[in-house]
Design a protein. Structure first.
Length: 201
């Protein structure tokens, strides 16, 4: 059963609100029940801005995500410190390592450190760092199909933004590929640890 609870957080201007909107719209396209709850206010002026997205097969009872997030996508250090605490044990923490040079204080979650700004520059525009992170989330969670995110892009940004589709599609793909590499590396490490343990026995 689908029950995704996601927090997207960063500085105002890093595209965290649109990241959440795209995820929510894509889930709607797939017929899922969704909520998107943004946080506006003075923190938008350089502090931590964030939104909460819930994706469920059943009706959503409450849009509030307290300390039961399955995934936190954080674009800056204040967001890391604030929202790593909101994750359930075994949850997923996606960190923009281009802007954050510290590690998580949690030892009971799955961590992904993604140089989103550098990967975005490889696509030709640093402003698609949010799409890099969204792509990484899609690879890890399989919450929605990438093609539906691009369909949602048209709804969120309108027809005038269609010329930006190739750039954003490339960023989404690059984020997915990077997360897949991290996953493969993690599996290899775990396999090595298990072999070493078996040898010791």
């Amino acid at each position: 059963m689908m029950d995704e609870k996601v927090i997207c957080a960063g500085f105002g201007g890093q595209g965290v609100m649109s990241m959440g909107q795209l995820l929510a719209y894509a889930a709607m396209i797939e017929g899922k029940n969704v909520t998107w709850m943004p946080s506006y206010g003075p923190e938008m002026r350089g502090g931590t801005a964030y939104c909460c997205v819930m994706i469920c097969d059943r009706p959503v009872g409450s849009p509030v995500i307290a300390n039961d997030a399955g995934c936190s996508i954080v674009m800056n250090l204040p967001s890391l410190r604030k929202f790593e605490k909101s994750l359930v044990a075994g949850g997923y923490l996606l960190v923009n390592s281009s802007m954050i040079d510290e590690r998580s204080e949690r030892d009971d979650v799955h961590e992904y450190y993604i140089p989103a700004d550098e990967l975005a520059m490889e696509c030709g525009n640093r402003r698609v760092a949010n799409m890099i992170m969204l792509g990484a989330y899609l690879e890890i969670s399989r919450a929605v199909q990438p093609e539906n995110v691009m369909e949602a892009f048209k709804k969120v940004f309108g027809e005038k933004a269609e010329k930006l589709l190739p750039l954003n599609r490339e960023a989404l793909r690059k984020g997915m590929e990077y997360a897949a590499i991290l996953d493969a590396s993690s599996r290899e490490q775990n396999s090595g640890f298990m072999e070493a343990a078996q040898t010791a026995l």
